[in-house]
Design a protein around this ligand. Structure first.
Ligand SMILES: Cc1cc2nc3c(=O)[nH]c(=O)nc-3n(C[C@H](O)[C@H](O)[C@H](O)COP(=O)(O)OP(=O)(O)OC[C@H]3O[C@@H](n4cnc5c(N)ncnc54)[C@H](O)[C@@H]3O)c2cc1C
Length: 240
């Protein structure tokens, strides 16, 4: 039985013009696996409560957790977390939650991460855990679908991966509306070609993690299955 725990906001940094990463410390946090999420509970002065799920966007680090939040227009919880929740104040979190959409460091299988927008949050935790391992096994690739360069989250992490030029850990940004000058891929929605990658084909036995809005997840997971990936090797998380 998982209980609600007090989580205090220590700092907040921007990921885009509107999205924010929140750095929290959680009383008695037991640790977590990359890919897991928490439920966040807000309680108003009159006792009204709202609960929403947020992915853990960094690997386990003592009592510290990171949540990366895209404020939904007119949303009840996300605009408060992104903009108004004061540093030093507390919310409640329950977790870690989820046992299927997780990457366990030590598995040898290649890992194909497929993100749509804010769905990159749990995949960033997996990427960071992979980088912490070092070496060249297992190979990791992130296919990150996003609207334009201003929506690119985790800039220092992704820039560091690009600069390292390590063939074992790679990232491709798949811009849907506007790309930076000279970007090699035409703008547009994710296609089979974006996921048909040497080292990550069905015969290579990869594990795929697909996360984002429901429509994106369904499209990307269908593309993978049509490419020949076994459905039980394609793990999905829908943000709704
Ligand atoms: C497992 C999981 C992990 C998640 N991880 C993340 C994460 O890492 N980062 C992240 O940003 N999100 C994540 N989400 C999504 C998150 O849980 C929330 O759904 C999201 O933040 C919106 O919550 P909200 O309370 O702000 O919006 P809500 O108040 O729930 O509203 C959602 C949307 O519906 C619209 N809406 C609400 N009421 C109405 C109405 N009456 N009529 C018309 N439209 C309406 C709002 O305008 C808004 O756009 C995750 C979801 C799941 C299930």
């Amino acid at each position: 039985m998982t209980d609600w725990r007090r989580a205090e906001l220590r700092a907040r940094t921007p990921e885009s013009a509107t999205a924010r990463t929140l750095y929290l410390t959680v009383d008695g946090w037991p640790g977590h696996l990359p890919g897991q999420h928490v439920d966040v509970r807000l309680t108003a002065d009159d006792g009204y409560q709202a609960v929403r799920s947020y992915s853990l966007s960094a690997p386990a680090d003592g009592d510290r957790i990171e949540l990366s939040v895209q404020p939904a227009p007119h949303g009840e919880v996300s605009p408060y977390l992104a903009d108004d929740f004061p540093t030093g104040a507390a919310i409640e979190v329950k977790g870690p939650l989820g046992g299927w959409f997780v990457w366990k460091p030590g598995r040898p299988d290649p890992v194909l991460l497929v993100a749509g927008g804010s769905g990159v949050a749990p995949l960033a935790a997996m990427l960071r855990a992979r980088l912490d391992l070092g070496g060249d096994v297992p190979p990791f690739h992130l296919a990150y679908s996003l609207r334009d360069p201003g929506q690119r989250w985790f800039g220092p992490l992704l820039d560091g991966i690009a600069e390292a030029e390590d063939p074992a850990v790679t990232v491709a940004c798949l811009y849907t509306r506007a790309a930076p000058p000279g970007h090699p891929r035409p703008v547009g929605r994710i296609t089979a070609a974006d996921l048909d990658l040497p080292g990550f084909r069905p015969a290579d036995g990869p594990l795929a993690f697909v996360c984002g809005p429901t429509a994106f997840v369904e499209r990307a997971a269908n593309l993978l299955v049509h490419l020949g990936h076994r459905p039980d090797r394609v793990r999905t998380e829908r943000f709704g």
